[in-house]
Write a protein that binds this ligand. Structure first.
Ligand code: ADP
Ligand code: MG
Length: 340
Protein backbone atom coordinates (compact mmCIF):
# COMPACT_ATOMS: atom_id res chain seq x y z
CA UNK A 1 0.00 0.00 0.00
CA UNK A 2 1.19 3.42 -0.91
CA UNK A 3 1.27 6.32 1.46
CA UNK A 4 -1.42 8.88 0.95
CA UNK A 5 0.30 11.93 2.33
CA UNK A 6 -0.15 14.92 0.06
CA UNK A 7 3.35 15.93 -1.02
CA UNK A 8 2.39 18.62 -3.50
CA UNK A 9 -0.79 20.63 -3.07
CA UNK A 10 -1.83 23.30 -5.49
CA UNK A 11 -5.00 25.33 -5.23
CA UNK A 12 -6.40 27.99 -7.51
CA UNK A 13 -3.04 28.73 -9.10
CA UNK A 14 -2.86 31.62 -11.57
CA UNK A 15 0.01 33.29 -13.38
CA UNK A 16 -0.26 36.35 -15.54
CA UNK A 17 2.65 37.77 -17.47
CA UNK A 18 2.75 41.41 -18.48
CA UNK A 19 4.47 41.74 -21.83
CA UNK A 20 5.07 44.93 -23.84
CA UNK A 21 3.09 45.17 -27.06
CA UNK A 22 5.56 45.29 -29.94
CA UNK A 23 4.71 47.95 -32.55
CA UNK A 24 5.02 47.27 -36.25
CA UNK A 25 6.17 49.50 -39.06
CA UNK A 26 8.68 52.36 -39.21
CA UNK A 27 10.51 53.28 -36.03
CA UNK A 28 8.68 50.36 -34.43
CA UNK A 29 11.47 49.69 -31.95
CA UNK A 30 11.54 53.27 -30.76
CA UNK A 31 7.77 53.51 -30.52
CA UNK A 32 7.64 50.30 -28.55
CA UNK A 33 10.16 51.78 -26.14
CA UNK A 34 8.19 54.94 -25.53
CA UNK A 35 4.53 54.04 -25.65
CA UNK A 36 4.58 51.31 -23.02
CA UNK A 37 1.49 49.43 -23.93
CA UNK A 38 1.19 46.08 -22.25
CA UNK A 39 -0.73 42.96 -22.86
CA UNK A 40 -1.59 40.51 -20.10
CA UNK A 41 -0.91 36.89 -20.87
CA UNK A 42 -2.60 34.42 -18.60
CA UNK A 43 -0.20 31.48 -18.72
CA UNK A 44 -1.80 29.48 -15.89
CA UNK A 45 -5.51 29.83 -15.06
CA UNK A 46 -6.92 28.39 -11.92
CA UNK A 47 -5.06 25.11 -11.57
CA UNK A 48 -5.62 22.84 -8.59
CA UNK A 49 -4.26 19.37 -7.94
CA UNK A 50 -2.73 17.21 -5.32
CA UNK A 51 0.13 14.72 -5.63
CA UNK A 52 0.73 12.07 -2.99
CA UNK A 53 4.05 11.00 -1.57
CA UNK A 54 5.66 8.44 -3.87
CA UNK A 55 3.53 9.30 -6.92
CA UNK A 56 5.03 9.51 -10.40
CA UNK A 57 2.89 11.95 -12.35
CA UNK A 58 3.19 13.07 -15.97
CA UNK A 59 2.40 16.67 -16.79
CA UNK A 60 1.69 17.03 -20.47
CA UNK A 61 0.30 19.54 -22.91
CA UNK A 62 1.16 21.33 -26.15
CA UNK A 63 3.87 23.98 -26.40
CA UNK A 64 2.98 27.14 -24.54
CA UNK A 65 0.30 25.39 -22.46
CA UNK A 66 1.79 26.54 -19.17
CA UNK A 67 3.79 23.50 -17.99
CA UNK A 68 7.09 25.22 -17.30
CA UNK A 69 5.32 28.17 -15.69
CA UNK A 70 3.55 25.76 -13.32
CA UNK A 71 6.81 24.02 -12.43
CA UNK A 72 8.53 27.33 -11.79
CA UNK A 73 5.74 28.26 -9.38
CA UNK A 74 5.91 24.87 -7.66
CA UNK A 75 9.61 25.24 -7.06
CA UNK A 76 9.40 28.83 -5.86
CA UNK A 77 11.27 30.32 -8.85
CA UNK A 78 8.17 32.29 -9.94
CA UNK A 79 5.56 33.92 -7.74
CA UNK A 80 1.96 33.00 -8.54
CA UNK A 81 -0.38 35.90 -9.39
CA UNK A 82 -2.81 34.17 -7.06
CA UNK A 83 -3.42 30.77 -5.54
CA UNK A 84 -1.32 28.64 -3.29
CA UNK A 85 1.35 25.96 -3.45
CA UNK A 86 2.35 23.68 -0.62
CA UNK A 87 5.22 21.25 -0.73
CA UNK A 88 4.94 18.83 2.15
CA UNK A 89 2.74 21.39 3.87
CA UNK A 90 5.14 24.30 3.36
CA UNK A 91 4.69 27.28 1.04
CA UNK A 92 7.77 27.58 -1.21
CA UNK A 93 7.28 31.31 -1.67
CA UNK A 94 7.22 32.09 2.03
CA UNK A 95 9.91 29.59 2.95
CA UNK A 96 11.99 29.23 -0.15
CA UNK A 97 15.19 27.93 1.45
CA UNK A 98 13.42 25.41 3.61
CA UNK A 99 11.49 24.04 0.64
CA UNK A 100 14.46 24.13 -1.73
CA UNK A 101 16.22 21.54 0.44
CA UNK A 102 13.44 19.07 -0.27
CA UNK A 103 13.26 19.71 -4.01
CA UNK A 104 15.32 18.61 -6.95
CA UNK A 105 14.72 20.40 -10.24
CA UNK A 106 15.91 19.59 -13.74
CA UNK A 107 15.20 21.76 -16.78
CA UNK A 108 16.11 19.81 -19.89
CA UNK A 109 16.61 22.99 -21.87
CA UNK A 110 18.95 24.61 -19.40
CA UNK A 111 21.72 23.01 -17.38
CA UNK A 112 22.23 23.90 -13.75
CA UNK A 113 25.86 22.87 -14.03
CA UNK A 114 28.75 25.25 -14.67
CA UNK A 115 29.49 25.16 -18.35
CA UNK A 116 33.28 25.45 -18.23
CA UNK A 117 33.92 23.34 -15.14
CA UNK A 118 34.40 19.59 -14.94
CA UNK A 119 31.26 17.78 -13.76
CA UNK A 120 33.01 16.97 -10.50
CA UNK A 121 33.53 20.67 -9.68
CA UNK A 122 29.88 21.51 -10.26
CA UNK A 123 28.97 18.81 -7.79
CA UNK A 124 31.38 20.25 -5.22
CA UNK A 125 29.78 23.69 -5.59
CA UNK A 126 26.22 22.35 -5.39
CA UNK A 127 27.01 20.25 -2.34
CA UNK A 128 28.44 23.34 -0.69
CA UNK A 129 25.40 25.45 -1.62
CA UNK A 130 22.99 22.88 -0.24
CA UNK A 131 25.20 22.27 2.81
CA UNK A 132 25.49 18.55 2.15
CA UNK A 133 27.92 16.89 4.61
CA UNK A 134 31.08 15.55 2.86
CA UNK A 135 30.42 11.89 3.66
CA UNK A 136 26.80 12.24 2.53
CA UNK A 137 27.95 13.82 -0.69
CA UNK A 138 30.51 11.08 -1.38
CA UNK A 139 27.94 8.40 -0.72
CA UNK A 140 25.25 9.89 -2.96
CA UNK A 141 27.69 10.88 -5.67
CA UNK A 142 28.95 7.30 -5.73
CA UNK A 143 25.44 5.86 -5.84
CA UNK A 144 24.13 8.17 -8.55
CA UNK A 145 27.40 8.01 -10.46
CA UNK A 146 27.14 4.25 -10.56
CA UNK A 147 23.50 4.19 -11.64
CA UNK A 148 23.96 6.81 -14.34
CA UNK A 149 27.46 5.79 -15.37
CA UNK A 150 29.02 9.19 -14.80
CA UNK A 151 32.59 7.99 -14.29
CA UNK A 152 33.56 8.14 -17.94
CA UNK A 153 33.11 11.93 -18.03
CA UNK A 154 33.61 12.86 -14.42
CA UNK A 155 36.50 15.20 -15.19
CA UNK A 156 35.15 16.55 -18.48
CA UNK A 157 33.92 20.15 -18.68
CA UNK A 158 30.16 20.26 -19.06
CA UNK A 159 30.31 22.04 -22.39
CA UNK A 160 32.11 19.05 -23.88
CA UNK A 161 29.47 16.52 -22.85
CA UNK A 162 26.97 15.03 -25.25
CA UNK A 163 23.38 16.01 -24.58
CA UNK A 164 22.67 12.60 -23.05
CA UNK A 165 25.71 12.79 -20.77
CA UNK A 166 24.82 16.31 -19.72
CA UNK A 167 21.28 15.30 -18.88
CA UNK A 168 22.53 12.36 -16.79
CA UNK A 169 24.93 14.68 -14.99
CA UNK A 170 22.15 17.19 -14.41
CA UNK A 171 19.71 14.64 -13.02
CA UNK A 172 22.31 13.15 -10.68
CA UNK A 173 23.24 16.68 -9.56
CA UNK A 174 19.61 17.39 -8.65
CA UNK A 175 19.73 14.39 -6.28
CA UNK A 176 22.90 15.38 -4.39
CA UNK A 177 21.01 16.91 -1.46
CA UNK A 178 18.64 13.90 -1.35
CA UNK A 179 15.38 15.77 -2.06
CA UNK A 180 11.98 14.10 -1.53
CA UNK A 181 10.43 15.62 -4.62
CA UNK A 182 11.80 15.81 -8.12
CA UNK A 183 10.55 18.16 -10.84
CA UNK A 184 11.72 17.27 -14.32
CA UNK A 185 10.90 19.63 -17.16
CA UNK A 186 11.56 17.81 -20.45
CA UNK A 187 14.52 15.72 -19.30
CA UNK A 188 14.50 13.57 -22.43
CA UNK A 189 14.20 16.33 -25.03
CA UNK A 190 16.49 15.77 -28.00
CA UNK A 191 17.94 12.51 -26.66
CA UNK A 192 18.52 9.34 -28.66
CA UNK A 193 16.84 6.07 -27.78
CA UNK A 194 19.74 4.75 -25.69
CA UNK A 195 20.05 7.91 -23.62
CA UNK A 196 16.29 7.97 -23.07
CA UNK A 197 16.34 4.37 -21.90
CA UNK A 198 19.10 5.04 -19.41
CA UNK A 199 17.30 8.06 -17.99
CA UNK A 200 13.94 6.31 -17.79
CA UNK A 201 15.53 3.38 -15.97
CA UNK A 202 17.07 5.74 -13.47
CA UNK A 203 13.87 7.71 -12.88
CA UNK A 204 11.94 4.49 -12.38
CA UNK A 205 14.43 3.46 -9.73
CA UNK A 206 14.30 6.84 -7.99
CA UNK A 207 10.56 6.44 -7.69
CA UNK A 208 10.16 2.76 -6.88
CA UNK A 209 13.29 2.09 -4.82
CA UNK A 210 14.09 5.48 -3.35
CA UNK A 211 10.45 6.54 -2.93
CA UNK A 212 10.86 9.92 -4.60
CA UNK A 213 7.78 11.83 -5.63
CA UNK A 214 8.20 12.83 -9.26
CA UNK A 215 6.45 15.29 -11.55
CA UNK A 216 7.59 14.90 -15.15
CA UNK A 217 6.97 17.12 -18.13
CA UNK A 218 7.64 15.58 -21.52
CA UNK A 219 6.60 15.48 -25.15
CA UNK A 220 7.59 11.85 -25.38
CA UNK A 221 4.53 9.66 -24.88
CA UNK A 222 6.76 6.63 -24.34
CA UNK A 223 8.15 8.38 -21.25
CA UNK A 224 4.61 8.78 -19.99
CA UNK A 225 3.49 5.24 -20.80
CA UNK A 226 6.58 3.66 -19.29
CA UNK A 227 6.87 5.77 -16.19
CA UNK A 228 3.70 7.46 -15.02
CA UNK A 229 0.72 6.00 -13.26
CA UNK A 230 -1.13 9.23 -13.62
CA UNK A 231 -1.18 12.12 -16.04
CA UNK A 232 -2.38 15.67 -15.89
CA UNK A 233 -3.08 17.37 -19.18
CA UNK A 234 -2.80 21.14 -19.39
CA UNK A 235 -4.09 23.16 -22.31
CA UNK A 236 -4.24 26.95 -22.54
CA UNK A 237 -3.30 27.20 -18.88
CA UNK A 238 -6.05 24.91 -17.62
CA UNK A 239 -6.16 21.27 -16.63
CA UNK A 240 -8.24 19.37 -19.16
CA UNK A 241 -7.66 15.88 -17.79
CA UNK A 242 -6.36 14.29 -14.65
CA UNK A 243 -6.27 10.56 -14.01
CA UNK A 244 -4.77 7.26 -15.11
CA UNK A 245 -3.58 6.58 -18.65
CA UNK A 246 -6.12 3.74 -18.94
CA UNK A 247 -9.01 6.03 -18.11
CA UNK A 248 -7.71 8.54 -20.60
CA UNK A 249 -7.67 5.89 -23.34
CA UNK A 250 -11.20 4.84 -22.48
CA UNK A 251 -12.39 8.38 -22.31
CA UNK A 252 -10.96 9.21 -25.70
CA UNK A 253 -12.36 5.98 -27.14
CA UNK A 254 -9.34 5.28 -29.33
CA UNK A 255 -10.85 5.47 -32.80
CA UNK A 256 -9.38 3.18 -35.42
CA UNK A 257 -8.87 4.64 -38.87
CA UNK A 258 -10.31 2.40 -41.58
CA UNK A 259 -9.39 3.13 -45.18
CA UNK A 260 -11.69 1.55 -47.72
CA UNK A 261 -10.81 1.57 -51.41
CA UNK A 262 -13.50 0.81 -53.98
CA UNK A 263 -13.30 -0.51 -57.54
CA UNK A 264 -14.79 2.38 -59.47
CA UNK A 265 -17.34 4.58 -57.83
CA UNK A 266 -19.31 4.01 -54.69
CA UNK A 267 -22.39 5.50 -53.15
CA UNK A 268 -22.52 6.74 -49.58
CA UNK A 269 -25.90 6.20 -48.05
CA UNK A 270 -27.73 9.11 -46.45
CA UNK A 271 -26.81 9.37 -42.77
CA UNK A 272 -30.13 7.95 -41.63
CA UNK A 273 -29.57 4.91 -43.88
CA UNK A 274 -26.07 4.12 -42.69
CA UNK A 275 -27.43 0.92 -41.30
CA UNK A 276 -24.63 -0.44 -39.13
CA UNK A 277 -25.48 1.29 -35.86
CA UNK A 278 -29.15 0.64 -36.26
CA UNK A 279 -28.62 -3.04 -36.98
CA UNK A 280 -26.36 -3.39 -33.98
CA UNK A 281 -28.57 -1.25 -31.83
CA UNK A 282 -25.76 1.27 -31.35
CA UNK A 283 -25.63 5.01 -31.29
CA UNK A 284 -24.33 6.23 -34.67
CA UNK A 285 -22.55 9.25 -33.18
CA UNK A 286 -20.38 7.09 -31.00
CA UNK A 287 -19.60 4.13 -33.19
CA UNK A 288 -18.28 5.38 -36.50
CA UNK A 289 -17.77 8.50 -38.49
CA UNK A 290 -16.88 9.14 -42.11
CA UNK A 291 -13.94 11.50 -41.89
CA UNK A 292 -12.99 11.71 -45.55
CA UNK A 293 -14.58 10.66 -48.83
CA UNK A 294 -12.57 10.79 -52.08
CA UNK A 295 -13.45 9.51 -55.53
CA UNK A 296 -12.47 5.88 -54.81
CA UNK A 297 -11.64 5.94 -51.14
CA UNK A 298 -13.49 6.49 -47.88
CA UNK A 299 -11.88 7.03 -44.48
CA UNK A 300 -13.88 5.95 -41.51
CA UNK A 301 -13.09 6.33 -37.86
CA UNK A 302 -14.65 3.72 -35.66
CA UNK A 303 -14.49 2.78 -32.05
CA UNK A 304 -13.33 -0.83 -32.17
CA UNK A 305 -14.47 -1.51 -28.64
CA UNK A 306 -17.98 -1.05 -29.97
CA UNK A 307 -17.80 -2.18 -33.60
CA UNK A 308 -16.28 -5.32 -35.09
CA UNK A 309 -14.19 -5.16 -38.26
CA UNK A 310 -16.53 -7.65 -39.96
CA UNK A 311 -19.49 -5.36 -39.36
CA UNK A 312 -17.63 -2.47 -40.94
CA UNK A 313 -16.75 -4.61 -43.95
CA UNK A 314 -20.37 -5.70 -44.24
CA UNK A 315 -21.51 -2.11 -44.11
CA UNK A 316 -19.09 -0.74 -46.71
CA UNK A 317 -19.78 -3.64 -49.08
CA UNK A 318 -23.24 -2.17 -49.48
CA UNK A 319 -21.74 1.09 -50.74
CA UNK A 320 -19.82 -0.26 -53.74
CA UNK A 321 -17.36 -2.95 -54.78
CA UNK A 322 -14.66 -3.02 -52.11
CA UNK A 323 -11.11 -3.39 -53.48
CA UNK A 324 -9.18 -3.08 -50.24
CA UNK A 325 -9.71 -2.34 -46.60
CA UNK A 326 -6.96 -1.18 -44.29
CA UNK A 327 -7.11 -0.60 -40.55
CA UNK A 328 -4.81 1.63 -38.56
CA UNK A 329 -4.84 1.41 -34.80
CA UNK A 330 -4.06 4.69 -33.10
CA UNK A 331 -1.15 4.95 -30.71
CA UNK A 332 -0.97 6.83 -27.45
CA UNK A 333 0.49 9.84 -29.23
CA UNK A 334 -2.77 10.18 -31.21
CA UNK A 335 -4.86 9.80 -28.10
CA UNK A 336 -2.98 12.67 -26.57
CA UNK A 337 -3.42 14.87 -29.61
CA UNK A 338 -7.14 14.42 -29.29
CA UNK A 339 -6.98 15.74 -25.76
CA UNK A 340 -4.90 18.73 -26.84
P1 ADP B 1 5.07 25.24 -21.79
O1 ADP B 1 6.17 24.96 -20.83
O2 ADP B 1 3.84 24.44 -21.54
O3 ADP B 1 5.51 25.12 -23.21
P2 ADP B 1 5.22 27.91 -20.68
O4 ADP B 1 4.80 27.70 -19.28
O5 ADP B 1 6.67 28.07 -20.93
O6 ADP B 1 4.61 26.77 -21.60
O7 ADP B 1 4.50 29.20 -21.26
C1 ADP B 1 3.10 29.42 -21.14
C2 ADP B 1 2.74 30.74 -21.80
O8 ADP B 1 3.26 31.82 -21.04
C3 ADP B 1 3.28 30.91 -23.20
O9 ADP B 1 2.34 31.59 -23.97
C4 ADP B 1 4.53 31.73 -22.99
O10 ADP B 1 4.80 32.50 -24.13
C5 ADP B 1 4.14 32.60 -21.82
N1 ADP B 1 5.30 32.96 -20.99
C6 ADP B 1 6.11 32.11 -20.34
N2 ADP B 1 7.06 32.76 -19.64
C7 ADP B 1 6.84 34.08 -19.88
C8 ADP B 1 7.49 35.31 -19.45
N3 ADP B 1 8.55 35.28 -18.63
N4 ADP B 1 6.98 36.47 -19.91
C9 ADP B 1 5.91 36.50 -20.72
N5 ADP B 1 5.25 35.42 -21.16
C10 ADP B 1 5.70 34.22 -20.76
MG1 MG C 1 8.12 24.32 -21.16
Amino acid sequence: MKNTLPMIEVSGLHKQFRTPVVKEGRFAGIRTLFTREYRMKEAVKDISFSIQKGDFVGYIGPNGAGKSTTIKMLTGILHPSSGEVKINGINPHKHRRQVAKRLGVVFGQRSQLWWDLPVKDSYDILAHMYKVAPDEKEKRQGEMGELLDLKEFWLTPVRKLSLGQRMRADIAASMLHDPDVLFLDEPTIGLDVTAKRSIRGFLKKLNSEFGKTILLTTHDMDDIEQLCERVMVINHGQLSYEGTIENLRDKIGLPTLIRVTFHGTYQLPAPQDQCLPVELGLDAERTFQIVDAGSHEVHIEANRQQVKAMDILRMVSGWGEVADIHMEEPDFEDVIHRVY
